[in-house]
Design a protein around this ligand. Structure first.
Ligand code: 3PG
Length: 306
């Protein structure tokens, strides 16, 4: 059995060591493809593997067609919008994710970005504090719940929107449930986005929602760039000099936006939310265990292509 770890953005070495241990102790062989820049390298590497572990690496029909022995793909992380689920299902390939394993890392980054933006990028001018400010969490999944937990320490007033989460789960976490996206943006000075990229959410956050934010509004996106309508974002930033936007997932027009809006916007150079050794170890080892369980017992609890 051959297991390929293909990560354009590599895991910490300590995570790879742990994954190697899980894979080799099960009698399987680990093949490592890190920091590849040419898709051809991925297409060649999948040719004879039984299992594939990835991060945000794109696994589409072409990759699946180049991997005739492939049985399982595990996305070490939460979002699986980078995998063509339909093509995988057609080829009988099980696709899984590792929900929750990197969520604390992403949530901590939300506050790293929030403090930096509230302190005007540490440029020496007087900024503002998070204490007593309103925070709206868009989607109360694993990351959203960690954001709420950390926000309690900052003494923020937290509310959340999530049609898939019962109100009492939010209330038990000290969070006020909100039932419309308009209400979420209108009533919160800081909004943190945690929705996945799906056909329904693509470009769903744009001009009107951003314009409806209170004075001094800060929008933080550690989810996916695709959920933002970039035209609308630019128009809102242009018309509202008090609005700020920080993203771990740089927009397509990042350079232009940075040039026009300076210190009111910030983008990490690479998606960094899950890039901690702890998150790499958690998600990477969970992925390795899930691969081995699937190959040896058919376990598919975390399957996402039903
Ligand atoms: C996720 O969906 O788990 C995060 O966006 C992390 O993605 P990454 O593994 O590419 O850093």
């Amino acid at each position: 059995m051959k297991v390929l770890i293909a990560t354009e953005k590599p895991f910490a070495a300590v995570a790879v060591d742990g994954m190697r241990k899980v894979i080799e102790e099960a009698g399987a062989e680990l093949v490592l493809l890190e920091k590849y820049t040419d898709r051809k390298d991925l297409l060649a590497a999948v040719a004879d593997v039984d299992a594939l572990i990835i991060r945000s690496d794109k696994v589409d029909g072409e990759v699946l067609a180049a991997a005739p022995k492939l049985k399982v793909v595990v996305r070490a992380g939460a979002g699986y919008d980078n995998v063509d689920l339909e093509a995988a299902t057609e080829r009988g390939v099980c696709v899984q994710n590792t929900p929750g394993q990197n969520s604390n890392a992403v949530a901590e980054l939300v506050f790293g970005l929030a403090v930096m933006m509230c302190r005007n990028m540490y440029n020496g001018t007087s900024g503002s504090e998070l204490k007593d400010k309103t925070l709206g969490i868009q989607a109360f999944g694993q990351v959203g719940r960690n954001v709420a937990r950390i926000a309690r320490g900052f003494e923020m007033n937290v509310s959340a929107l999530d049609p898939y989460c019962p109100d009492n789960v939010m209330e038990d976490a000290g969070v006020s449930p909100v039932h419309s996206v308009k209400e979420l943006y209108r009533n919160n000075k800081v909004v943190s986005i945690h929705i996945p990229a799906t056909p329904e959410t693509r470009k769903s956050i744009g001009y009107e929602l951003i314009m409806s934010m209170p004075k001094g509004g800060l929008l933080i996106n550690t989810a996916r760039k695709e959920v933002i309508d970039e035209e609308g974002l630019i128009k809102a930033l242009d018309e509202r000099a008090d609005i700020k936007y920080a993203a771990d997932v740089a927009p397509d027009r990042a350079a232009e936006i940075k040039e026009r809006f300076g210190d009111r916007v910030f983008f990490t150079p690479k998606k960094m939310g899950a890039q901690t050794s702890e998150a790499n170890i958690n998600a990477g080892i969970a992925a390795a265990r899930q691969v081995i369980s699937f190959l040896t017992t058919g376990e598919e609890r975390f399957r996402v292509n039903k």
